[in-house]
Design a protein around this ligand. Structure first.
Ligand code: SF4
Length: 707
């Protein structure tokens, strides 16, 4: 048996794993006791990873060779990599010549490694010449990115996992770490045992397992987070719990914010949020007066039409009370995907450039053009996730290259997404699995290597870079994602008569280029190397040349990443969701994650034991809603929103508040009548972060009569 150290490919906790293999077969997995994120522990998903790579899965689920459909709806025909690369390059060159570079779009994934991201980003911007590259991290983290940049000057989570053990007050908002980040939650449970005085507050419209564990659950109405945070800040100002010295020395914009929250008294905020005023005041007191307060937040804040405002309103609370830049204190966004952070670092999104640069900044574009040895980078703003598919549905995007993600299940307003895919002249799908919902729309299928089969790096939620290592070769003709992108980029360069910049042979070559893009920036990793990561284990950034170790916490000196070093209070008013519940659609539907499933289940859905927790999707309603509507548990109900309809069995769940509804987001068309819950969600997004409002849809219900 061979043992290989690598990283779990599921969530942003980024646990270290030891893969056990025999020959070309993965036989087991266990937690890496030396990885600082998990210290040997694994959750239900991580500990069953080897079951996603059984011979049966490899033979029946994996894409094993490149294939091209002769016509839409026809069976794909196998072809070799050489021919596939040349044909793709020829089609992309022809589309580019006829319609321009912006007729081509790339939709990639937070599942990709940093090296893969770098290859795609350089291909899109330096070879095709478009900023139309976005990632499914848009659905996950973009509100956190913009929130950090607006308030603190850089997209850099200032805290670390150790702070979970050092916080006196843990404020968990819009996150259910007990299910979505289980290993972090184990650390929280252990911390509370060690420190019985630690206070835990959970803000969530549902009574989740995390909420059950909390000292105080603020069960707010969906979408009212900004009102809550403003009301808490009002209370802190009124009670004298703010840190005047910190505000004066390290921030700007407080007077404008103070004026904004003046009308949001605790009583007014409690009314908007549907909670008791006393609970709001208790939360404000614990948050402001604890020696160290740490907030953890995730999709509940991010996936919203006011996602950025929710992030900045929470950061405002930290700044006003001086709860930042100290052990156990600070705003700490959790990443959903294993390498959402790496994607942000490499700038693999329409609104970013490598090294936390900005594509709208001419100097930043020129810096990257110099590093990549190209004349210039494209200036025209790129389209973000929803915009890419809207443009494709209008016929403006002619070719879409989708890598390692399943937009025909995961994007909002599925009817539009599927129209977009049908209308594209060329859909390239680079995937490990043969049977995702998107594969039916692909003209070209490119087999990608999966977890345990590829080399590179990922960055977890606490800015820690870990190595990902191959334990076995990829099955069939599957290749690493960076290699697929690099080879096609080389073929395209040749056709376009461009100097050769692609043709990488090892992922480390890509990583070294990425490293150069960070030099002198807030995320500087010029002091890191693969060799150091191999020798010393995972490291946090920044880690500049000459440093002996990375930095666990940021802003400890009170100097922020803004031009003048002061953090900014961001004054954004509370706003309702884009399409709130109304007489026609009276229920507020929220979507969310289950403990034992991951995303669209393309990986976790092959592990039988992961269905022991929840075996099938259902619509959950508060028990008192059932008799009122003439419904009973187990009834089949039709859910309707302005976007579409879906049929699901009904379940009573006291954790869901009255007049609300809940559906897990994992299942797609293969399990339920319809296209999965995103047939109901709407494409509206936060104007700053462009992150769609996946957590809120107004719906109606109708019982389906049994025949
Ligand atoms: Fe994997 Fe996340 Fe579970 Fe850790 S917590 S084992 S990274 S799924």
């Amino acid at each position: 048996m061979t043992e290989t150290r690598s990283t779990c490919p599921y969530c942003g906790v980024g646990c270290g794993v030891i893969i056990e293999s025999e020959g070309a077969r993965i036989t087991g997995v266990r937690g890496d006791p030396e990885h600082p994120a998990n210290l040997g522990r694994l959750c239900s998903k991580g500990s069953t990873l080897h079951l996603t790579a059984t011979p049966m899965v490899l033979q029946t689920r994996r894409l094993l060779q490149p294939a091209w459909r002769p016509a839409r709806g026809a069976a794909p025909e196998a072809l070799g990599w050489g021919e596939a690369n040349e044909r793709i390059a020829a089609r992309l060159a022809a589309i580019r010549a006829e319609h321009g570079p912006d007729a081509i779009g790339f939709y990639i994934s937070g599942q990709l490694l940093t090296e893969d991201y770098h290859a795609f980003n350089k291909l899109a911007r330096a070879v095709v010449g478009t900023n139309n590259i976005d990632s499914n991290s848009r659905l996950c983290m973009s509100s956190a990115v913009v929130g950090y940049k607006q308030a603190l000057g850089a997209d850099a989570p200032p805290a670390c996992y150790e702070d979970l053990e050092l916080a006196d007050c843990l404020f968990i908002a819009g996150a259910n770490p007990a299910w979505a980040h289980p290993i972090l939650f184990r650390r929280i449970e252990a911390a509370r045992q060690q420190r019985p005085g630690m206070k835990i507050i959970v803000v969530d419209p549902r009574r989740t397992e995390s909420a059950e564990f909390a000292d105080l659950h603020l069960q707010i109405l969906p979408g009212t987070d900004v009102a809550l945070f403003h009301g808490m800040l009002h209370a802190c100002i009124w009670e004298g719990w703010i840190d005047q010295a910190f505000i004066a020395a390290h921030t700007e914009g407080f007077e404008a914010l103070k004026a904004l929250v003046r009308a949001m008294t605790p009583a007014a905020a409690a009314r908007v949020c549907g909670i008791a005023e006393a609970d709001l005041l208790q939360a404000a007191a614990w948050f402001a007066r604890s020696p160290a307060s740490l907030s953890l937040y995730c999709m509940g804040l991010n996936q919203s039409s006011s996602g950025t405002a929710k992030n900045t309103a929470l950061i405002n609370l930290h700044l006003a009370t001086g709860q930042i830049g100290r052990a156990g204190a600070g705003p700490f966004s959790l990443t959903g995907q294993p390498n959402a952070m790496g994607g942000r670092e490499t700038g693999g999104m329409a609104t970013l450039l490598p090294g936390h640069r900005d594509p709208a900044n001419a100097e930043h574009r020129a810096e990257i053009a110099r590093l990549w040895r190209v004349e210039a980078l494209p200036e025209k703003p790129g389209k973000t996730a929803v915009e890419l598919f809207e443009a494709a549905a209008r016929g403006e995007i002619k070719a879409l290259w989708i890598a390692c993600t399943n937009p025909a299940q995961s994007l909002p307003e599925q009817a539009l997404v599927r129209r977009a895919l049908e209308r594209c002249e060329l859909v390239i799908l680079q995937e490990a699995f043969a049977d995702t919902a998107t594969s039916a729309y692909a003209d070209v299928l490119l087999p990608a290597a999966s977890w345990g089969e590829k080399e590179g790096t990922v960055t977890n939620s606490e800015r820690r870079i870990s190595r990902v290592r191959a334990a076995v070769p990829p099955p069939g003709q599957a290749r690493a994602d960076w290699q697929i992108a690099s080879d096609i980029a080389a073929a395209l360069e040749k056709r376009l008569g461009l100097p050769r910049r692609f043709g990488y042979e090892r992922p480390e070559q890509l990583w070294l280029e990425h490293r150069e893009a960070t030099r002198g920036r807030d995320l500087d990793i010029s002091g890191l190397s693969y060799a150091l990561l191999d020798r010393a284990g995972p490291q946090q950034w920044p880690f500049p040349e000459g440093a002996l170790q990375g930095r666990a916490r940021l802003y400890e000196d009170g100097r922020f990443a803004t031009a003048n070093g002061r953090a900014r209070f961001v004054s954004q008013p509370f706003a309702l969701p884009l399409a709130p519940a109304n007489a026609q659609y009276p229920l507020a539907l929220s979507t969310g994650r289950l403990r034992d499933q991951w995303h669209g289940m393309s990986r976790s859905g092959v592990v039988a034991r992961l269905f022991g927790h929840e075996g099938a999707p259902a619509l959950s309603l508060h028990p008192q809603e059932l008799p009122r509507r003439g419904l009973a548990e187990g009834d089949l109900v039709r859910l309707r929103s302005a976007q579409g309809e879906l049929t699901l069995p009904l379940r009573a769940d006291a954790g869901v508040a009255p007049a609300q509804a809940y559906v897990p987001m994992h299942w797609g068309s293969e399990f339920v009548a319809g296209l999965g819950v995103n047939v109901l969600t709407q494409p509206g997004f936060c104007p700053d972060s462009k992150q769609p409002e996946l957590k809120y849809a107004a719906i109606s219900l109708q019982r389906l009569e049994l025949p």
